[in-house]
Design a protein around this ligand. Sequence first.
Ligand SMILES: [Fe+2]
Length: 384
Amino acid sequence: MSTVFLPVRIEFAPGRSGGIGEDLRGLGSRRPLVVTDPGVHRAGLLEGVLASLREAGETPVVFAEVVPDPDEACAARAAQRFREEGCDGILAVGGGSSIDTAKAAGVLATNPGPLLAYEGVNKIPNAIPPLAVIPTTCGTGSEVTNVTVITDEHHYKTPILSPYLIPKLAVLDPDLLKTLPPQLVASTGMDALTHAMESYTNRVQHWYAEACAMQAMRMIAEAIRPATVNRDPEAIGRMLYASTLAGVAFTLSRLGLVHAMSHPVSGFAGVPHGLANAVLLPHVMGYNMVGNPEAYAAVARALGVPDQGSPIRTAEAGVREVMRMNRDLGIPDRFEGLGVTREMFPAMIRDTFRSGNIPINPRVVTEADVARLYEAVLTGEAPV
Ligand SMILES: [Fe+2]
């Protein structure tokens, strides 16, 4: 079975966010709630967007209170502003937290709470207001996905999936990433690489997802170093495009053990999502590759690794390439020093197994395996 349902228009061009006013009119919105975080607001990234909206006769309302790892309260505040101000559409400008908050606020705008009652797949009864998204990082993919992730009071990153959460429009404007700090290009880019790799290697067979994932991995392997260390605008544009491709891939075929393990790391220790994935990725590749050596060998080749004579040896070389990539990007090789402690492990392991990505992981996972992996990644033990 292979369904492709992607009711999102994707526009890619430098400067394209300057046309967002007409886009919102096209979506039938005259008074959009602009959902963003204080950092994006301070960086001045909203100026062109708001000017375009006003030029098109829109009367936007700005909600710039998104927090990292947003919770239900954050989404509820945005939804309350939406109602009080009589908004009729939503525009998210920012990274994964802003986009996920915008989606969750949309759910609360047209559905009764509590939000977390919609955990899981296809639980949301009513469509959300028209949603347009302008990503300002090169990782999340949330501008094209059907999911929002909201942290509950027990630090659990709760996934809510519904076709209603797929935005109507994604505007990819690489000009907005010019001021993204290099460490965020690196960590959000590694999140995108993880999306592509998990989508490609997991047990879900989906030709469309595989094509998108493969192209995303090739583009990221070429572009992530120059985008991060040289701040090469062309490379940053390719990273942005690749992150959206990876988002398409995983919305069709989902993810795997890296995301199952990284959400608890962010939930309990506050490690940013992309960074948590980047540190975990070589470890989980080393663990998973025996479950699907051919797929991991194809991953290695996409990353530019020459064939090593057998799938498993090529896959191993792919793990070493990701370790090199992390080192070149200044990403640490362990969780030590990032706030993760052994005392968190039991709760982290419990939450890992709540993830819907566990049953589709390329290798059957046990609690002992996850405990061993968390220990190895805490201390920086070599993944292969
Ligand atoms: Fe992710």
